[in-house]
Write a protein that binds this ligand. Structure first.
Ligand code: ZN
Length: 478
């Protein structure tokens, strides 16, 4: 399947980042050229197309910087304002340029463009870039990756089973552990550069690594907490029962993990009910949620989904606390079965985390959403021994979702963004602006696109990412 863009290797990405950082420094020190900054930050308009200039005035006017202020104005922000209709059909999106006042981590005011009621405050130029809600990478493994190190792809011949992969995981964990913190930081940098500031990371809990990955990940998240919010799922990668990890999982809960993870209760643990019961019991004992990896596509996978839904129905404390990651078994059900299970899932506020798989498997994501099930997405692997892919880009996931599951038009493309943003969208279905509103958290991304539909269709470049008012990646003009 041709996705219409080029994947670049980690090394290339790193080189690009290093070069980018170098150019930025050179530029800020005054030795760079306008064109370099324009290329780096994906700027458009007169800046991007102007030839390198030696004019001092132009260089000064087009400086790109990072914001350090806590209270400031951001001018030239492109906001969606409504849909353009031709009869019933939505054929375009209206936009307008505004100034945002950012204060104390929230959007304190939406002002006419370039209006600065307090002339003493700093103001910055978003360059006409589109404002979109911050993205959410809700299934990633920050503790276990080759990303940030040398390029490496695991040899995984056809017929490799999950048990083979668990054996490999046992072997690789001690090799990866010295780099856990360094690579988790690089992975956070990567996903922030794509606009994500909120994430849910699975973290290995197993007899080989014990709680070491959790300790390392928690140390990184503590350092990054002002610009990055991340929940942790304690993930018994070697099988909750198979590897006798229950005691370790309980220690992980005490240490501060937010969710109890799980893994294929039949294919790995060989005891579906006992495995799921143990997982739910840990969650109940510590008042936590559950987020299970369920890859099983056999009838056992369907049975596991049914058993989990039944358990939540019988246990009110678990309502709203179960996420099923992957849930490939749902792709094996017929339409009627999906309708039935989706209705029950929606009633129990059960969430599905899907990586939007390509290939033969057709996940009923749209049907689930239509029945009211909350569907979110995530990166999962980013260059690790499970998969050499993964760009850490939720806009890419929204694009995949649109390509696979919707008939593309301005309205459906714009709605597809929701899978990347926790369903926060600038316009509601009627075309009224519902985001951002005054007092909303100032967590957003600036995108080089004219509207959400274009951003989804073209996976448009991002130019700056903000979390609670703090610029965590990119640059804006002054
Ligand atoms: Zn995963």
């Amino acid at each position: 399947m041709n996705l219409g863009y080029t994947r670049i290797s980690t090394l290339e990405q790193d080189n690009r980042m290093n070069n980018a950082e170098k150019s930025r420094r050179e530029f800020l020190s005054g030795s760079g050229k306008v064109a370099a900054a324009a290329a780096l930050f994906g700027a458009t308009g007169s800046m991007a197309y102007s030839a390198p200039s030696t004019s001092k005035t132009r260089e000064t006017d087009n400086r790109m910087i990072a914001i350090k202020d806590k209270h400031y104005y951001l001018d030239n922000v492109l906001l969606e304002a409504g849909f353009v209709r031709d009869g019933q059909a939505v054929v375009g999106t209206e936009t307008e340029l505004k100034t945002l006042e950012i204060k104390g981590g929230v959007i304190a005011a939406l002002l006419d463009n370039k209006q600065h009621p307090d002339a003493t405050l700093a103001h910055f130029d978003a360059g006409g870039k589109l404002l979109l809600p911050a993205m959410r990478d809700m299934h990633i493994h920050l503790d276990k990756t080759f990303y940030g190190g040398p390029w490496r792809v695991n040899y995984r011949p056809e017929g490799t089973t999950i048990m083979d992969m668990i054996a490999l995981d046992r072997k690789l964990l001690p090799e990866l552990q010295p780099y856990t913190q360094e690579r988790a930081e690089k992975l956070i940098d990567l996903i922030q550069s794509k606009g994500s500031t909120i994430a849910r990371s699975h973290c290995n809990i197993d007899p080989v690594s014990g709680l070491k990955n959790l300790e390392n990940l928690m140390a990184v998240l503590e350092r990054r907490k002002s610009g990055f919010e991340c929940e942790i799922v304690a993930f018994p990668q070697h099988g909750l029962l198979l590897s006798k990890s229950e005691a370790l999982m309980r220690e992980a809960m005490q240490a501060g993990a937010h969710y109890v993870g799980g893994l294929d209760p039949t294919n790995v643990d060989g005891a579906m009910e006992k495995s799921l019961d143990t997982m739910f019991q840990i969650a109940l004992d510590y008042g936590k949620g559950v987020d299970i990896h369920l890859h099983e596509t056999s009838p056992a996978g369907i049975a596991a989904v049914n058993y989990m839904v039944e358990t939540v129905e019988k246990t009110p404390e678990l309502k709203g606390k179960l996420t099923i990651s992957h849930a490939f078994a749902l792709a094996m059900m017929n339409e009627q079965q999906v309708d039935n299970i989706a209705t029950r899932m929606a009633a129990q506020k059960i969430t599905i985390a899907s990586t939007v798989p390509i290939g033969k498997m057709h996940m009923p994501l749209k049907q689930l959403q239509e029945k009211g099930v909350f569907v979110m997405t995530g990166t999962d692997s980013v260059i690790d021994h499970w998969s050499p892919y993964g760009l850490g880009d939720m806009l890419e996931k929204a694009n995949l979702y649109a390509q696979l599951y919707v008939r593309a038009n301005e309205l459906t493309l714009s709605r597809s963004l929701g899978i990347a943003t926790g369903n926060t969208l600038p316009l509601n279905d009627k075309g009224e602006r519902v985001w951002p509103k005054v007092q909303d958290e100032a967590s957003f991304v600036l995108v080089d696109a004219s509207c959400s539909a274009e951003a989804v269709a073209r996976i448009s470049p991002r130019t700056a990412t903000f979390h609670k008012g703090e610029m965590v990646w990119g640059a804006v003009g002054v």
